[in-house]
Design a protein around this ligand. Structure first.
Ligand SMILES: Nc1ncnc2c1ncn2[C@@H]1O[C@H](COP(=O)(O)OP(=O)(O)O)[C@@H](O)[C@H]1O
Ligand SMILES: [Mg+2]
Length: 255
């Protein structure tokens, strides 16, 4: 088997006396869209932050393209996040003082791209997400769904190889949430971006190729997760996620 893009082994993490992760292992293949699901408080965000190199686990390891990342220095981890990883949060966390296009251009500016090129790229991403009309609007002047699409544009503008999303539709109504998700799935597919998203919402998980269920800081042994035969190449959309369990074991619980 080829090396997974992302792999975690035996992740443990507590906040003081509160255990959040109690030994989580998983692997994600390049091109996959994986949903980590489970009730509020089960450790999803903690897991995501450990996988993304935002939080250091107390024990266990995280490898990205076969290389340990949990032991990197903060500077190296943030360089990696800037160059290869994208992150999208529940509340897009746009900069309130900047219009949409400048919010999207920001990661490119931080990477040293010229103002003009960053702005052009920002506009083109807003177009791809169907929100070019709010390019000059401030976040406070947009709807929740528009804001989250702008935030998605900002997460994708650097064309990350791996995108993390934490409850990306948690603050949206059903229709706006579905728009964000279908953009996310389409663009990830077009670019070959691998996605790890966490959600407590089974409908959101239906957009993924595979589901990893978490409970009380551990993989839920009853939640084998959904696998789609031949995913991701043959993946046909949310409806297809209704098939096939078991086959998942190879990249997930078996480790
Ligand atoms: N910063 C924190 N300080 C203390 N406890 C925390 C903190 N963040 C999370 N926790 C606790 O860790 C557990 C897992 O939280 P979290 O990873 O946020 O779960 P989820 O994202 O599934 O809701 C919960 O019991 C939560 O209360
Ligand atoms: Mg959370």
């Amino acid at each position: 088997m080829t090396i997974p893009l992302l792999e975690a082994r035996g992740l443990v993490r507590s906040y003081g006396a509160t255990p959040a992760l109690r030994g989580v292992s998983l692997a994600v293949a390049e091109g996959e869209i994986v949903a980590v699901t489970g009730p509020s408080g089960c450790g999803k965000s903690t897991l995501l932050h450990c996988l993304a190199g935002i939080l250091r686990p107390d024990a266990g390891e995280v490898t990205y393209r076969g290389r340990r990342i949990d032991t990197l220095s903060e500077a190296d981890r943030s360089r990696l996040r800037r160059s290869e990883l994208g992150v999208l949060f529940q509340f897009g966390q746009l900069v309130a003082e900047l219009p949409a296009v400048e919010n999207v251009a920001l990661p490119l500016l931080l990477a040293g791209v010229s103002r003009r090129r960053a702005r052009t790229a920002g506009l083109s991403w807003l177009e791809r997400l169907g929100v070019a009309d709010v390019a000059d609007a401030l976040p406070g002047e947009m709807s929740g769904g528009q804001r989250q699409r702008v935030a998605l544009a900002r997460a994708l503008v650097t064309e990350p190889r791996l995108l993390f999303a934490d409850e990306p539709t948690g603050a949206l109504d059903t229709i706006a949430g579905e728009q964000v998700l279908s953009h996310l799935v389409r663009l990830a597919g077009e670019q070959g971006t691998t996605v790890v998203l966490v959600t407590h919402d089974p409908r959101v998980a239906g957009y993924a190729h595979r589901e990893i269920a978490l409970r009380d800081g551990q993989l839920d042994p009853t939640g084998l997760g959904l696998a789609v035969v031949g995913a991701p190449a043959a993946w046909a959309g949310p409806a297809a996620a209704a098939v096939e369990t078991a086959a998942v074991a190879e990249t997930d619980a078996a480790r």
